[in-house]
Ligand binder design. Sequence first.
Ligand SMILES: [Zn+2]
Length: 276
Amino acid sequence: MRVISKPNISPIRTYVRCYSSFIAATKINFRNITRFIGTSSTDYDQKAHNKNLYTFSIHTHVQGSISKDDMVKLYNNKMVRHHTGRKIYDKLLSLAPLSRCPFCGVGTVTTLDHYLPEAKFPTFSVLPYNLVASCKDCNTGKLASYATTQNTQTLHPYYDNFTTEQWLFARVLQTSPVSIEFYVNPPTTWSQVDKDRVQSHFDNYKLDTRFSVEASNVLADLREGFILFHSSPMDIQQELHKEFMKYQSRYKNSWETALFQALYQSQWYCNRGCRL
Ligand SMILES: [Zn+2]
């Protein structure tokens, strides 16, 4: 999970820019709900700040007139594929540092994810605050799922900062070859809502499985090196600790930080598990 600064892009100007290239008759229908789009955008921003996006009701029409399908077309045809809206699309994509997916921290950004899915919440189909750069796995894994309670809301990269304290950890499993299990353990001082939300995020994006795959590649490389250089357990522990410090200084909750922390803290791994 990584934080991205909320885009400084006007919701109304984005909406108007997207519908402006429709033919006149269609344009009028979209224009008629512009004020509603504006107030809904403000409402979204406030609810997101207060961790209450789950209180929006699913709907099939925007202000009773524009259908979900029309709003999906607005996004697909005028934001993704048309040059006027595409500039905003590309701008939003570029907000993810190093093109790393903010939801998982593993994948490369290739698309925009509707935090509130457009199939259920078409009012927000082209709202910049609702469009977050994402990797394909996070985007397709989530599909049209959405939270109906405060505690089950996944983390929103524009509004939720859960990066200052460590909540992601890993443990070494004494198997041959060694395997790693990732888990969530938030600080005890957090509210129950925050604790539940990071767990929901971890579960919904299947981060345990995805991190374990990444970790297994690193473990295989480490094993080759440790066999080749006959390092002592103390040297191994120091090397792993150095890696842990390096990753921790960048991201407290990256899978690499949790992995190297678990490895250097495991006497079993440093003594013999690293070569199995
Ligand atoms: Zn991702």
